[in-house]
Design a binder for this molecule. Structure first.
Ligand code: ADP
Ligand code: MG
Length: 270
């Protein structure tokens, strides 16, 4: 990771940043991050994890259960703070922000997509998406106009008045993705976004992420499914709280064991 050395107006935990640094700044920087959950004994969920995500990247983070993916998502999403190391979103050091500032950063610059969709069942698709702008201080009529644009982006503009229970799983996830996008965030984090979908529907959701990537949206998809991760332009593999492979590092190969013969179609994928 390259780091600007210019003196900054807002120094972060490494003293980097400032006006010059802001221009070429990665959207996300995870720098030597460690997370220890207290207990008897304490659990080290992440150990010295470092990577950066540039604007417009589509990144898959893959690893088996317990490898630290959700912990990493919570740190990247500013929902939790690292025990050591540094997380920066658009150059802002998460550790230096108050809870209130973090809330504002999250609302304005981060979109979340979860396996369980988390939609309000009594509200229309349109209002579920419009609610993604509740904290932006935008009047309802404007929120709904932006929500319609976002639903159009995910191909659901004909079902704007449907409630979640009138939609299929794939359509629900599209609503959730529209809600994540409605505020034009700097980065979208998706945690196992196809985990509650059948394979075919999951593939269409991945296709949607690829379409959004083509439009320049910055997306990080977290998954335990290696086939999903191999479809991403960039793949990061985790094991026991560490990064063991990053396709952006040109040296080395995948550290995860190949699964066997059923995996042979991987080789044909672009
Ligand atoms: P993944 O999402 O890849 O399954 P997690 O980030 O959920 O991995 O978990 C990584 C490790 O941290 C696991 O050993 C898990 O048991 C532990 N862990 C996760 N959350 C907590 C917590 N709140 N308290 C204690 N240990 C936790
Ligand atoms: Mg998890």
């Amino acid at each position: 990771m390259t780091r600007a050395t210019t003196g900054g107006l807002v120094p972060d935990c490494n003293g980097a940043s400032g006006v010059d640094a802001a221009r070429s700044q990665p959207v996300l920087e995870v720098d030597q991050v460690t997370k220890v959950y207290p207990g008897e004994p304490p659990v080290t969920a992440l150990q010295g994890v470092s990577f950066a995500v540039a604007r417009g990247e589509l990144v898959g983070i893959v690893g088996p259960s317990g490898s630290g993916k959700t912990t990493l998502l919570q740190l990247m999403g500013t929902l939790d703070r690292p025990s050591a190391g540094c997380v920066r979103i658009t150059g802002l050091d998460v550790a230096r922000l108050s809870d209130r500032e973090l809330g504002a950063l999250r609302a304005a610059r981060i979109g979340f997509v979860f396996q369980q969709f988390f939609l309000a069942e009594h509200q229309s698709a349109l209002d579920n998406v419009a609610d993604g702008l509740l904290y932006a201080g935008v009047p309802q009529v404007v929120r709904r106009a932006h929500a319609l644009d976002a639903l159009r982006l995910v191909g659901l503009d004909e079902r704007t008045h449907a409630r979640p229970n009138q939609l299929s799983g794939g359509q629900r996830q599209r609503v959730a993705i529209a809600r994540a996008l409605v505020g034009s965030p700097a980065i979208v984090f998706a945690d196992e976004p196809t985990g509650n979908l059948d394979q075919a529907t999951g593939r269409t959701i991945l296709g949607l992420f690829e379409d959004l990537h083509d439009l320049g949206v910055t997306i990080v998809v977290i998954t335990h499914d290696r086939d999903i991760a191999t479809r991403m332009a960039r793949r990061i593999e985790m094991l026991d709280g560490r990064i063991v492979f990053d396709s952006a590092d040109k040296s080395g190969g995948s550290a995860l064991p190949a699964r066997g013969d059923e995996d042979h179609d991987d080789a044909t994928r672009p």
